[in-house]
Design a protein around this ligand. Structure first.
Ligand SMILES: Nc1ncnc2c1ncn2[C@@H]1O[C@H](COP(=O)(O)OP(=O)(O)OP(=O)(O)O)[C@@H](O)[C@H]1O
Ligand SMILES: [Mg+2]
Length: 494
């Protein structure tokens, strides 16, 4: 039962709320002014210009002349300095106050607009509550973060209307996520669109095992094999996995003259055509040959580890720093060719699943070897990249996921597939555009437009190297020397 005291309390509470509301409304201009000063967003040239005009007017008594001209001298508060100077003070600040009032109005209109957008998009709880605007913060040249009170809604509710929300807000929403503070949601957005095509225009310009994964809104993103030694590429058909591999292999091939490559392409053999007949490249298009090649590479882990041990090194980078004539090799070791080696598997299902090409024993074996190389290869300079169309746990099992830390995930048809590769549903939110992908490495996760290198363009830069194949045997290259030099350069760059 409601007592009289309860009613009085409620009334007092209502009055207090009303007072707070009115107080906030009355002081909003000053809050805006304070925010403008704090964030340095006030246009001082314009507001200060008005201040200057008022100053000059007062100094030259132009104000008095104006009163006189209008025959209102009797109103001029000449003999009331208190009134006079407080008037001057307020008029002088009108530039700043006007700017703040304009901001308050713009903000109010923005709130109204947001409220309308949220209710039009059905972002309303059963109790008819809408998300409430908290702040909008610029985080760099291209990105803003809008923070909202969820008011009972979930990230999923927002994701369901992401495209419409982007359209209504005239921006490109990159991510919608829970904020660290409970009850808040963050919308990461940009007004700049992604480039639809990013050509790999100068594949020769990526020294020391660096390569590009594509462009974000901020520009080209360059990574290095030393930081991301192995990675997994996934995505539905025709999204750009093989194209990514083509530009990636071409870049590494052209810039690292001692690096070796084993390209396993069992699907059709067509994707690796560009790299056939090149020195330092082994293109494998048959299953039994692929297993043999992988066995040989697995063997390299042991022999290379012995060389590192003999030289008291933990990883290949330390070995490359030792002068060539001071390097030690265990007795009877014939293969002294310690260089970085990239193994690429385009369409892992062909190698990891039993079927047309492989018996189940061979499939198990190939998967086991890939897992071993991914787990132990980094220290000895073996790098592995696996591409898959199917986000199947038989291909992307825990061992593969744990060791292939770099991930490039093109568009995925559903949230679960994206989760398998990225532990995030972001690849299913991507626009269905070839080359558009999510890059993930540890905590780093962002959208990219992968570089485009057509087969013709790749052939153009690789063709004149192909003719040298015949001369390869005759070539007297000291790979260790070259590799050492490349590694020393890498150190300098770092
Ligand atoms: N980065 C890119 N930018 C623009 N277009 C691209 C890009 N990557 C791929 N494409 C376009 O998409 C087509 C398919 O690319 P690609 O063969 O690499 O896909 P895929 O994922 O390997 O397909 P599949 O799973 O069938 O092997 C290409 O022929 C090209 O026209
Ligand atoms: Mg492909």
């Amino acid at each position: 039962m409601t007592t009289e005291a309860d009613l009085l309390n409620k009334r007092a509470q209502d009055n207090l709320n009303l007072f707070i509301f009115k107080f906030k409304r009355a002081t909003r201009i000053f809050v805006e002014l304070w925010l403008g000063l704090k964030n340095d967003t006030i246009p001082h040239e314009k507001c200060g210009g008005w201040l200057f005009i008022v100053g000059v007017t007062v100094y030259t008594h132009l104000d008095y002349k104006l009163f006189k001209l209008l025959k209102k001298e009797h109103l001029y508060p000449e003999n009331h300095p208190y009134i006079y100077w407080s008037n001057v003070f307020v008029i002088a600040l009108l530039g700043y106050l006007g700017w703040a009032a304009f901001r308050v109005q713009a903000r109010r209109m923005y709130f109204d607009q947001l409220t309308k957008i949220f209710s039009d998009l059905g972002l309303v709880t059963v109790t008819k509550r809408l998300p409430a605007f908290v702040s909008d913060r610029e985080i760099d040249a291209h990105y803003h973060v809008m923070t909202l009170f969820k008011n009972g809604l979930s990230v999923k509710d927002f994701l369901l209307v992401k495209d419409k929300l982007s359209e209504a807000l005239h921006c490109f929403i990159e991510e919608i996520r829970e904020a660290r503070k409970e009850g808040l949601i963050e919308i990461l957005y940009s007004r700049k669109d992604f480039d639809k095509i990013v050509d790999l225009d100068s594949p020769n310009s990526f020294p020391n095992y660096s390569f590009t994964i594509g462009n974000t809104r901020l520009g080209k993103q360059v990574k290095n094999l030393s930081d991301v030694p192995h990675f997994l590429i996934a995505g539905t058909s025709n999204q750009g996995k093989s194209t990514f591999l083509r530009q990636f292999i071409t870049t590494l091939y052209l810039n690292n003259m001692s690096m070796n490559f084993t390209l396993i392409d069992l699907k059709s053999g067509l994707e690796s055509i560009c790299f056939r007949d090149l020195p330092r490249v082994d293109c494998v298009t048959e299953a039994n040959k692929a297993i043999k090649a992988l066995e040989k590479l697995e063997g390299l882990i042991k022999t290379r580890a012995q060389i590192l041990l003999a030289n008291n090194c933990e990883k290949i980078e330390e070995f490359f720093k030792i002068p060539v004539d001071q390097r030690k090799y265990p007795n009877n070791m014939l293969d002294k060719n310690l260089t970085r080696h990239l193994i690429v598997i385009d369409e892992a299902a062909e190698l990891f699943l039993a079927g047309q090409h492989l018996s189940s024993d061979s499939a198990v074996k190939s998967r086991r070897i890939v897992q071993t190389i991914a787990a132990q290869g980094r220290a000895v300079g073996l790098h592995i990249v696996v591409s898959t169309q199917r986000p199947d746990y038989k291909i992307v099992d825990m061992a593969i996921k744990t060791n292939l830390q770099g991930r490039i995930c093109f568009y995925m048809a559903d949230n679960a597939s994206s989760m398998t590769i990225l532990d995030s549903g972001r690849a299913s939110d991507l626009p269905n555009l070839p080359g558009r992908a999510i890059w993930k490495n540890g905590n780093e996760i962002f959208e990219i437009q992968a570089p485009m290198l057509s087969k013709d363009a790749a052939n153009q830069v690789l063709d004149n190297l192909r003719v040298k194949k015949a001369e390869e045997a005759k070539q007297i290259i000291a790979p260790n020397v070259t590799e050492a030099n490349e590694e020393v350069d890498l150190e300098k760059d770092a």
